[in-house]
Design a protein around this ligand. Sequence first.
Ligand SMILES: Nc1ncnc2c1ncn2[C@@H]1O[C@H](COP(=O)(O)OP(=O)(O)OP(=O)(O)O)[C@@H](O)[C@H]1O
Length: 343
Amino acid sequence: MNALVELSDAHVVHKARSGGLFTRDRVYALTGADLTIAPGETVGVVGESGCGKSTLAKVLVGVERPTVGTVTFRGRDLWSMPPAERRVTVGAGTGMIFQDPSTALNRRLTIRQILRDPLDVHRRGTPAEREDRVRELMSLVGLPPVLADGLPGQLSGGQRQRVAIARALALDPDLVVADEPTSALDVSVRAQILNLLLDLKERLGLALVFVSHDIQTVRRMSDRVITMYLGRIVEECPADRVTDSARHPYTRALFSATPGLLDPIDPIPLVGPVPSATRPPSGCPFRTRCWKATEECADTMPVFTAASTPGHRFRCHHPVQEDESTRDLVTQAASVPPEPHRT
Ligand SMILES: Nc1ncnc2c1ncn2[C@@H]1O[C@H](COP(=O)(O)OP(=O)(O)OP(=O)(O)O)[C@@H](O)[C@H]1O
């Protein structure tokens, strides 16, 4: 695959905190992530809260340095560049859109100042050209020019997110990462912002990484869906196959619990809670909740296996068969008693 950005064996480990103080524990936020994103591709990232989606997103745009592993952007290793060069590469080549535009935008600056800031920092064009670019960016995201002298607090949530999108696009990036871009917005404006992102992606040829809890939207927006579990990428699947043909039991379970995707069925029952990211299980991290788990799963983390469809791969010792329906899996999972090796 022609790569725009590539992660190779990327790990992010944090010091754990308790009551604001660091403890001796470590949080394994991202473990052994290998991922390639092509120019113009939309990759959706799904997984339960705390599984490392935001960490993956931040590593991809060079905001977070992996503790171990490499991030290659347009063929260059980001973290072996001199810092000044990395700032230019990341600042101009990537953009990030956060969940809550109210906190992501400086509320003391006007919209014009917010949009001019990256152009000034990266010294793009003459002052007059920067003013033109601000007008162009506002028009690109559907904001009337009259709002240029307003403050973020004077705008609606949807308008603020449009400003955040315009700012992310200011320097013509190749890659934009949107981390839960609509979850802080009113339901009524979510679709408008998602359509705007899709439209901009097409018009500007952007690669888009879309992180969300909203599985239906991820599937609709993306070419490829990445499933994460406890800091690991466990499956990559073309979006049009992920509901019915995902091979990792966790991906099937996640999609079975999303209302409206499949014929009405009960979700695949999973045993217990997600384990702590400070003490991930040995072997496959999903094994403690998986109805297919065996001793082998406790002993070794499976390597990626390629499925029959290009772009589809999974890490599982006992994958779901291609012809197994989610309804079959619900029955299977419900009939398996908890095993000692699961804990
Ligand atoms: N700076 C940090 N210090 C300590 N632990 C952290 C830090 N940042 C993230 N973590 C932990 O790393 C793990 C992964 O966090 P991350 O935010 O990437 O997950 P997520 O899937 O995006 O979660 P959510 O869906 O709730 O936003 C979590 O256990 C989180 O508590």
